[in-house]
Write a protein that binds this ligand. Structure first.
Ligand code: AMP
Ligand code: MG
Length: 389
């Protein structure tokens, strides 16, 4: 049996690698960027006027206005350094000028048909270079603006538009199947017979996937070898990632590992030294499709999904109550969290084990208590697997 750490490493090293496609800029929002985006010129590309007002070469009381530099015009040149030029936000700073004084701080008068700007604030309040957004001060040409792998939101769209990316490489979202197995399971709309239960795992997993932007297809299969083989073969052909629940433990009808092997899915591990979720099975096909066969108990299913499938957030919590746990297994306990003195505290809810999923609704995640210890003291810090976000 392998440790939680080893299992996680194997899952990470064998993650499904999405294919890449090129889409139009607007189609890329919400997708994962599959190329680095670099600056095709300096940001800003010229010394940009940042306020409507006048541009000057030196600080004087008043200036004759030579002309106006509008946004969208080629750079003009100040003829006499004792004069000024009116400038608009977004314009190129005229050559010969270095500072902009906003209209609010000047008065414009006409003297003998010549327009003159008079400074109306103490000259000491003017600092050289003010209200000019210097060329390249945000980013230099060639700098990486966006890293491959990030999720594209409207602000990334703005950056890509500004560097002229009309089309962009994105990852094609993987096709995910969520499959419940078990003869005792019925649809949620059904009236279960006394010995049946409504399936909840596939809805839980599907909802959790939805929260991270993945739409899954849902299936239910019975504990029948032939049905499992035929249906799983078909599902495998049409999906990139399979999330199964149930049928991986030691029961007489737990056929999932055997069937997956028969279908050519290579087992990378079966059984992890953890509670809950010990029977977790993970494998991969030759084409790189991944199969997570999770134990069917809802808390086990959920823990395995959160710990091994969702992206890690590297959070820790402070235990607020002692916990004892003898077996040489990593112990994941549902916890309710709260802040105290700037620290994230965790109250454990041990409940009645891996089938007790009702108490998950009172909790925010699992605290991860390492296999090496048996006593976990109030005040100690442990890793946290968050599921409420
Ligand atoms: P298994 O892993 O197939 O041995 O199932 C372990 C326990 O989890 C059994 O009590 C099952 O009834 C229950 N279980 C399995 N699959 C589901 C599911 N999709 N929804 C709710 N409970 C399930
Ligand atoms: Mg079962």
């Amino acid at each position: 049996m392998i440790s939680v750490k080893e299992a996680l490493k194997i899952v990470e090293e064998n993650a499904f690698i999405p294919k890449v496609s090129e889409v139009s800029l607007l189609e890329s929002v919400g997708k994962v960027l599959a190329e680095n985006i670099t600056a095709d010129r300096d940001f800003p590309p010229f010394n940009r006027v940042a306020m409507d007002g006048i541009a000057i070469a030196q600080t004087l009381d008043s200036f004759k206005i030579e002309t106006i530099q509008y946004a969208g015009e080629a750079q003009k040149s100040l003829q006499n350094p004792e004069n000024c030029m009116e400038v608009m936000t977004g314009a190129v700073l005229p050559s010969g000028c270095n500072t902009v004084i906003r209209y609010e701080d000047i008065e414009i008068q006409e003297v003998d048909g010549v327009k003159v700007a008079k400074i109306s604030i103490p000259l000491s309040e003017i600092s050289q270079g003010q209200n000019v957004h210097r060329q390249g001060s945000d980013r230099k040409m060639g700098d990486i603006l966006l890293q491959k792998g990030l999720k594209i939101s409207p602000s990334e769209i703005a950056v890509m538009a500004s560097v002229g990316k009309a089309s962009v490489k994105v990852e094609i979202p993987p096709k995910v199947a969520v499959i419940s197995t078990g003869d005792e399971l019925v649809e949620i709309t059904a009236n279960p017979l006394p010995y049946q239960i409504r399936m909840s795992n596939s809805y839980m997993l599907s909802a959790a996937l939805d929260r991270v932007g993945v739409k899954a297809n849902l299936f239910h299969l019975t504990d029948d070898k032939e049905e499992l083989f035929i249906k799983l073969q078909e599902i495998l052909a049409n999906h990139d990632i399979l999330l199964l629940s149930g049928g991986v433990s030691a029961g007489k009808k737990d056929f999932v590992p055997e069937i997956l092997a028969n279908l050519g899915v290579k087992k990378l591990f079966h059984k992890v030294a953890q509670k809950p979720g010990k029977p977790f099975w993970f494998g991969k096909t030759e084409e790189g499709k991944t199969v997570f066969a999770l134990p069917g108990n809802p808390v086990s299913t959920f823990l395995c999904f959160c710990k091994y499938f969702l992206e890690r957030r590297n959070e820790v919590v402070v235990l607020d109550k002692d916990v004892f746990f003898k077996p040489n297994l990593t112990y994941f306990v549902p916890v309710k969290t709260y802040f105290q003195d700037g620290k994230l505290m965790a109250t454990p809810f041990e409940g009645s084990g891996s089938a007790d999923f009702a108490n998950l609704t009172d909790c925010d995640g699992f605290v991860e208590l390492p296999a090496e210890s048996q006593v976990f003291k109030k005040g100690e810090v442990f890793e946290f697997v968050r599921f409420r976000f």
